[in-house]
Ligand binder design. Structure first.
Ligand code: EPU
Length: 330
C-alpha cells in the first residue's frame, strides 16, 4: 500500500530540519497506485526522489512531493544481480561478498541507496558503480511507463549520468538495477593508500572491504554524530594546459588523469587555502578531509551554503579553478 503523509520531516544526512508537504513511500506492488496518485493529486507538483538523503542540502521545506522507494527486489542469476532501488549500498556489498560475488568491495561504506547510486554513479578507490551496471529499470513518473535502460543510454561519467541532466531531473524513479559482478576476486588497490594499508601478498575481498571501511572511518565524519553529505564538492577536471601551469606553481599538487583533462583534488586545494577545519558559525570544513562540509549542530541549509560559497571563492582566487558542489541544493 502506498503510504502518504503530510508535513513530514525529510531524512537527510546533513541533519538539517526540512519538511515535505507530501511524503510518499512505495513498494514494487504500489506502482500502479503511485502513477494514479501522481497523475491526479500530484499533477503539476514538484517531485523529489530520495534515497537516504545523503547528497541533499535543504535550504527550506520542500513544497512538492517527496518519493521514497521501498522496492527491495533481490535476485541472482549467474554473475548477475538484480537489486531494488531501496537497498542500502553497503548492505548490498555485505550480501554480495557472502554470495561470493566480487567487484563492489571498494565502494564499502559509501552512504546511500542503490537507486541513488545509479543516478549519481558513486565511486571510490578507483571503482565506480557504472563499471558493473548492465541495466537500470526506471519508472517514468508522468506516464507510469517502465523503461529498461542500457548502459550506453545512461552516459555514465565521473559522478554523472543521463538521470542528472536538468531535463530528466524528477522525471524518473529508479526501480531496480542489474549489476554484473565476478566470481573471481581481483583486488583493485591502486588508489587512496589501499595497497600501503594491506601490504604485499594476497588479500581477500573481505580484507579490502575492511581496509576501505577503516580508511573512510578515519577521514570521514559519521553522519550519526556530525551531519554531512560526504564529498561536498566534485573534484574539478581542468585542461592539460591549466594543470601544467598549476604544477609549475605547486609541484606537490596531486593530480589524476581524467576522461577529458586532469582531475585535481578539491580537498587538497581547500586545504592549501587554509580552510581545512575552519568554521563559519555552525557550519565547518571537516578537519580530516577538506572536501567534506559538516553541520556542527543546529546549522541551517543557508549556513552550509554560505560556507560553501566562501570556500569556492577562496579556491577560485588562489587557483583560478571553480569547484562545484556535488550535493544538490533544494
Ligand atoms: N587531500 C588533501 N587534503 C584534504 C583532502 C584530500 O590534501 O583535506 C589530498 C589527498 O592527500 C590526496 C588527494 O587530495 O592526495 C585525494 O584525496 P582522497 O583520496 O581523500 O580523495 P578525494 O579526491 O578527496 C574522492 C571521492 C570520495 C572517495 C575518495 C577515495 C569525489 C568527489 N570524492 O575524494 O568520495 O571516497 O575519492 O576514492 O570524487 C563521496 O563522494 O562522498 C566520497 C567520499
Amino acid at each position: 500500500m502506498l503510504r502518504i503523509t503530510h508535513d513530514t520531516p525529510i531524512p537527510n544526512t546533513f541533519r538539517i530540519p526540512a519538511k515535505a508537504a507530501t511524503f510518499v513511500t512505495y513498494g514494487r506492488e504500489d506502482i500502479e497506485e503511485l502513477t494514479t496518485f501522481l497523475q491526479g493529486e500530484g499533477q503539476g507538483r514538484r517531485i523529489l526522489n530520495i534515497g537516504q538523503g545523503s547528497n541533499l542540502l535543504f535550504l527550506k521545506d520542500f513544497d512538492g512531493i517527496v518519493l521514497s522507494s521501498e522496492v527491495r527486489d533481490f535476485s541472482v542469476s549467474g554473475n548477475r544481480l538484480r537489486v531494488g532501488a531501496a537497498w542500502v549500498v553497503d548492505e548490498l556489498i555485505e550480501r554480495t561478498l557472502a554470495l561470493g560475488l566480487y567487484g563492489l568491495e571498494n565502494l564499502s561504506l559509501i552512504p546511500g541507496t542503490v537507486g541513488a547510486a545509479a543516478v549519481q554513479n558513486i565511486g571510490a578507490y578507483g571503482v565506480e558503480i557504472a563499471n558493473f551496471i548492465r541495466e537500470v529499470e526506471a519508472l517514468e513518473l508522468s506516464t507510469g511507463t517502465i523503461r529498461i535502460f542500457r548502459p550506453e543510454e545512461l552516459h555514465y561519467g565521473y559522478r554523472r549520468s543521463f538521470f542528472k541532466a536538468p531535463e530528466e531531473w524528477g522525471r524518473w524513479a529508479v526501480l531496480s538495477v542489474t549489476l554484473e559482478l565476478s566470481r573471481d576476486f581481483v583486488p583493485r588497490l591502486d588508489y587512496g593508500g589501499l595497497r600501503q594499508r594491506l601490504g604485499e601478498g594476497s588479500v581477500s575481498a573481505r580484507q579490502v572491504r575492511e581496509a576501505v571501511i577503516a580508511i573512510r572511518r578515519e577521514k570521514l565524519p559519521d553522519p550519526e554524530v556530525l551531519g554531512n553529505a560526504g564529498s561536498f564538492f566534485v573534484n574539478p577536471v581542468v585542461s592539460p594546459e591549466k594543470a601544467e601551469e598549476l604544477r609549475r606553481q605547486y609541484p606537490d599538487m596531486p593530480t589524476y588523469e581524467a576522461e577529458n583533462g586532469v582531475k585535481i583534488p578539491a580537498g587538497w586545494m581547500i586545504e592549501q587555502c587554509g580552510w581545512k577545519g575552519r568554521a563559519l558559525g555552525p557550519a565547518a570544513v571537516h578537519d580530516r578531509q577538506a572536501l567534506v562540509l559538516v553541520n556542527r549542530g543546529g546549522a541551517t541549509g543557508e549556513d552550509i551554503s554560505r560556507l560553501s560559497e566562501a570556500v569556492r571563492a577562496a579556491v577560485k582566487e588562489r587557483f583560478g579553478v571553480d569547484v562545484r558542489p556535488e550535493v544538490n541544493f533544494l
